[in-house]
Design a protein around this ligand. Structure first.
Ligand SMILES: NC(=O)c1ccc[n+]([C@@H]2O[C@H](COP(=O)([O-])OP(=O)(O)OC[C@H]3O[C@@H](n4cnc5c(N)ncnc54)[C@H](O)[C@@H]3O)[C@@H](O)[C@H]2O)c1
Ligand SMILES: [Zn+2]
Length: 358
């Protein structure tokens, strides 16, 4: 179907069914076009979305699936029209690999909401090729959908910013949460949650971590700099904090009730859902009406905002707290991620541990 000139050989690790177990896999990507860069992938973060999709928990997976949307690497090729990158630059790519480039959303740098958006994995390009993610040796991507990683920014700790970082930064900006002194609750101290705490502190906000695990108090306050910690099962603590928060960012990946969270908000407060809880919770409508409160959802940032987020993170020394693992650890990493046993993001050392399948 494709000639050798139109494609390049690639390899990585793929899930082939809803067991979600990954194994070595060969595939093709399109050859580097005039507007494309090729990135030799160095690190890729493991997001809970990778796990949801590997196991088809959202009912939208096409196998084989090469997950990974928290990618950093080195540019090895640039097309003749490329202006943003040079060979040797460090580049990052997140969940978006393509969009129409001309709709209202794209024109307003909100590519994440383009109806023709192509996800970096589990998607299909116009030419019929499937999109495969960052648990792989290389990525070919239009320069619009890649960002520059500043020199001296640690690449392993920066990788999760492309997915988790962008997903928590974007709604803080868009919904006007990121104002000094405003009180934000962060629910779920995982990959997204711990970065939400770091960004919120860098914006000068007051941060309360809301968690089911009392054992995370020390980390939240001492390591991540949260101002307060609330155990979500503790009725007394919940009662005491009712009506005190301007906003809450909910990063939880599993079913949970939203009512206690809505109660924590002040009048006009905003609960922003960035997690994709399976199964989804019910909406507590009456408490929303009586407090003019808002529940909204948000995806990752557009490309302009993703670059802004990376530059902000580099300026404020924000990187993810990570556990770097070899690619052949990925199935164990998934088991541990499902049990919330990671502080706070697995990052695959792709360049040093991924080899072509025999
Ligand atoms: N909006 C987006 O575009 C976007 C982007 C990336 C990830 N996500 C979603 O965000 C969610 C979080 O992703 P992550 O990578 O941070 O995952 P993670 O596993 O690192 O963190 C999830 C957190 O939820 C907590 N949690 C799990 N079950 C819970 C429960 N029943 N009650 C309370 N807390 C519970 C865990 O302790 C953990 O702290 C996932 O659903 C993921 O798919 C959405
Ligand atoms: Zn568009």
């Amino acid at each position: 179907m494709y000639s050798a000139e139109q494609t390049v050989d690639a390899y990585g690790w793929a899930a082939t069914d809803s067991s979600g177990i990954l194994s070595p896999f060969r595939f093709i990507r399109r050859a580097n076009g005039y507007n494309d860069i090729t990135i030799k992938i160095l690190y890729c973060g493991i997001c809970h979305t990778d796990l949801h999709l590997a196991k088809d928990e959202l009912g939208m997976t096409t196998y084989p699936l090469v997950p990974g949307h928290e990618i950093v690497g080195q540019v090895t090729k640039v097309g003749r029209n490329v202006s943003k990158f040079r060979v040797g630059d460090k580049a990052g790519a997140g969940p978006i690999v393509d969009s129409c480039g001309k709709c209202e959303n794209c024109n307003e740098d909100q590519e994440s909401y383009c109806s023709k958006l192509k996800w970096i994995f589990n998607g299909q390009f116009e030419d019929g090729l499937r999109s495969y993610g960052g648990y792989s040796d290389k990525l070919v991507i239009h320069e619009r959908y890649a960002v520059l990683i500043p020199d001296k920014f640690p690449l392993d700790g920066a990788a999760p910013l492309l997915g988790a970082g962008s997903t928590v930064y974007s709604p803080m900006r868009y919904f006007g949460l990121a104002e000094p002194g405003k009180h934000i609750g962060v629910v779920g101290l995982g990959g997204l949650g711990h970065l939400a705490v770091k960004f919120a502190k860098a914006f000068g906000m007051k941060v309360t971590v809301i968690s089911t695990s009392p054992s995370k108090r020390n980390d939240a306050v001492e390591q991540l700099g949260a101002d307060a910690f609330l155990v979500s099962q503790d009725q007394e603590q919940l009662q005491a904090a009712m009506g005190t928060m301007d906003s809450i960012m909910d990063t939880v990946s599993a079913f949970h009730s939203l009512l206690p969270l809505v109660d924590l908000l002040k009048t006009n407060g905003k609960l922003i859902m960035v997690g994709a809880p399976v199964p989804p919770p019910e909406l507590p409508i009456l408490p929303l009406l009586s407090g003019r409160k808002l529940i909204a959802g948000s995806s990752c940032g557009g490309m302009k905002e993703t670059q802004e987020m990376i530059d902000f993170a580099a300026k404020h020394n924000i990187t993810a707290d990570i556990e770097v693992v070899p690619i052949d650890y990925v199935n164990t990493a998934y088991e541990r991620l499902a049990k919330n046993d990671v502080k706070y993001r697995f990052v695959i050392d792709v360049a040093n541990t991924l080899y072509p399948p025999l």
